[in-house]
Design a protein around this ligand. Sequence first.
Ligand code: NAD
Length: 403
Amino acid sequence: MAYIRIEDQSKVVIPQNPTIGFIEGDGIGSDITKVAIKLINSSVESSYHGEKSIEWKKVLVGEEAFQKTGKHLPQESLEELRKCIISIKGPLTTPVGEGFRSLNVSLRQYFDLYANIRPVKYFPGVPSPVKNPEKMNMVIFRENTEDLYAGIEWRYDSPEAKKLRRFLQDELGVKLTEDAGIGIKPISKFRSTRLVRKAIDFAIKNRRRSVTLVHKGNIMKYTEGAFKEWGYEVAAKEFADVTVTEEQYLQNPNAYSNKIVIKDRITDNMFQQVLTRTEEYDVIATTNLNGDYLSDDLAAQVGGLGLAPGGNVGDIYAIYEAVHGTAPKYAGMDIANPTSIILSGAMLLHHLGWDLAADSLERAVEQTYKDGRVTQDIARLLNKKGLKCSEFGEEVEKRIKPS
Ligand code: NAD
């Protein structure tokens, strides 16, 4: 086994045969993860002919972990994921009950996976609710660690809410009614800046045209508005040679044709723009709540969450994932759509720098849809019979060709 190494505290060194962790996931997890791993292996083999390969390490998290160890997220599993550095996961059930923190949230916090990255692109052959879904080719960078998701909130009738309401009235002159629950929305300079920096880095490496900062700063000036200010600031300070603001760009587009345009849009406007001016948007950097809404909305435009890949990425660690849930009604039936986790596997390959394999896997999935070979979730929208999960995997495998 050759683990990925960290040198000089932050440089990630990828060996030719890295050990990559996988969490099978609950519900449909075992069906889809199996298919994804097989296809990732095939695309690597087809592109690098044995020179590179992945050694997979199963990591127990979720229901299987609970059955075997009494814990959903055992410490040994966290240690294993830490050793692997880069991993992929199927969906995990969030058990319903007081005080149970989502396993996904726990993993994101433990490894400081501050960017939720969601590429959204249309595959011909997939039914879509919009007229020109092919215009969509965006990548969302959603801040993953703060905003209203930090979990700082109190029920209206709790002693904490009462205390806070009193403090607000006595110290700051803000009067809230007695029936108001309270949530706090922290947005910090450090976390906003590193998220936007990651989005711009991605835009540079992938020759994208623009980065749009999406915010609701007209209303929430010191949180959402600050996110926008800090976004422009990091672009100007750290990327001045490769970026230009939209304002500058519009004054003389020809002079800046090879620069990445940094622009911003207010969230509500952005929701209509992605429908009416889809082709004008490319990389998006946004706060947690906006990103949550926007990423599902964009996925819906190109055929739904079953196809959308995603990754949670920090400065060192990364966990790629199926974006959808465990679909319990299809568990163990070999009929779920594995596309989301397969494409997340392609993202993982890009992360390793194995672009040839990543591209060949993406093209094979695209060709499978073009040829009308689809699982039942898509097939029923097309009034045809669907493939099993494993059969879909076989169809993709047939179409994997070296880049
Ligand atoms: P879900 O995504 O599991 O299901 C929503 C709908 O989409 C269902 O009709 C389901 O059958 C269908 N669906 C989802 N994925 C599919 C696939 N790959 N192929 C075909 N159909 C698919 O969402 P839910 O029902 O709200 O949640 C079920 C469980 O999953 C909950 O415990 C929830 O906490 C968990 N969940 C986990 C994640 C994650 O691990 N990232 C994300 C969302 C939900």
